[in-house]
Design a protein around this ligand. Structure first.
Ligand SMILES: NC(=O)c1ccc[n+]([C@@H]2O[C@H](COP(=O)([O-])OP(=O)(O)OC[C@H]3O[C@@H](n4cnc5c(N)ncnc54)[C@H](OP(=O)(O)O)[C@@H]3O)[C@@H](O)[C@H]2O)c1
Length: 311
């Protein structure tokens, strides 16, 4: 497929940051970037920027109708799982109503709509899950993601839903994730209590960018699971992180599920089987240890650049 016009919503987010980096370095696609915080985005020649809130559906419709992108990537989302329990209206508007609007817009302007979902659409009784397993969310975030999947897949033939989980990124832009949180605590010498019984497959965001690009170039619709190759408990992920970064793993204390104090329930045996993305798209997912080594190197490089600039 030739270069395409791709519109990305929520462009300052973690997954969007990796997408933008990947598209700029590996493709010649033209990007139209929508964000509340365009001033925080790297500005590249040939890209178009709109400062807009993802909840401003009218303005988003105007921009989409003006730009008529071949592909719309919805990387905006209400991603704080615990806050979703109390901020239900905003969470529903951002995670579901936005998707409904984008599916309608995409039908009119013939766009390929790509959205992100989560293993939290499942109940966690028998993970890791395949694309064919039945959703049964156990918290409000999961219900919004289930609602989003239905809004996209039932209303638009040219819709792709990419489910992922426990992401970690080489570029954070001030945002955090589970692995960066563990790193921060251990580097400061703080003890952390991490649950043993919750399983997922940590996913390097640059692999998600590869999946998205394959889905665009191969014109694939439906559901794809983008999850890393290691199925691990949160405790095991934290210990692996400590080992790779040569930090004190004795600071990590395993705790049981019933000792967790979170507003939202989490699936226990969550996680995603990535076989369809591997075989149909030809994606090779990064093992956790290799991803952590790359992360370590990129953190070293950015500290080095910072010191040089500081001088
Ligand atoms: N993080 C994970 O581990 C994970 C796992 C599975 C699925 N996902 C899904 O992947 C998608 C992207 O996740 P992410 O982790 O990259 O998200 P993120 O870093 O939290 O960024 C989401 C973006 O959504 C916009 N946004 C957030 N709250 C908003 C609000 N109240 N009003 C208006 N806009 C708001 C912001 O974009 P702008 O300010 O740039 O407009 C924000 O940067 C989401 O749909 C998420 O549910 C994430």
């Amino acid at each position: 497929m030739n270069d395409v016009n791709i519109l990305i919503l929520g462009a300052s987010g973690r997954i969007a940051t990796s997408l933008i980096k990947f598209f700029r370095l590996e493709t010649s696609h033209r990007l139209i970037l929508l964000s509340n915080f365009t001033e925080k985005l790297p500005h590249y020649e040939g890209y178009t920027y709109y400062k807009v809130n993802s909840l401003d559906f009218k303005e988003i419709k105007n921009i989409c109708f003006k730009e008529r992108p071949e592909v719309i990537i919805n990387a905006a989302g209400y991603t704080d799982v615990d806050k979703c329990e109390s901020e239900r209206n905003t969470a529903w508007d951002l995670n579901v109503t936005l998707a409904e609007n984008l599916a309608s817009i995409s039908r009119v302007i013939d766009s390929h709509l790509i959205s992100f979902s989560s293993d939290y659409v499942f109940d966690g009784l028998k993970g890791p899950y395949t694309e064919d397993d039945k959703q049964n969310p156990i918290n409000f975030y999961g219900r919004t993601k289930h609602g989003m999947e239905n809004a996209c897949l039932y209303n638009l033939n040219t819709s792709t839903v990419i489910r992922t989980n426990c992401i970690y990124a080489s570029e954070a832009k001030g945002k955090t994730d589970f692995i960066r949180w563990v790193l921060y605590k251990l580097e400061q010498g703080y003890g952390v209590e991490i649950v043993e019984g919750q399983f997922c497959n940590p996913t390097y965001t640059e692999d998600i960018a590869v999946v998205v690009n394959k889905v665009i170039t191969k014109k694939r619709y439906g559901i794809y699971h983008a999850g890393g190759p290691d199925w691990l408990s949160r405790y095991e992920i934290a210990v692996t992180t400590a080992k790779v970064f040569s930090l004190d793993e004795t600071l990590i204390k395993p705790i049981r599920l019933n000792q967790l104090n979170q507003s939202a329930r989490r699936p226990n045996k969550g996680g995603l089987v990535n076989l369809k993305a591997v075989t149909d798209l030809g994606v090779k997912f990064t093992p956790l240890e290799s991803g952590l080594m790359t992360l370590k190197q990129s953190m070293r490089d950015s500290r080095f650049t910072f010191v040089l600039k500081g001088n």
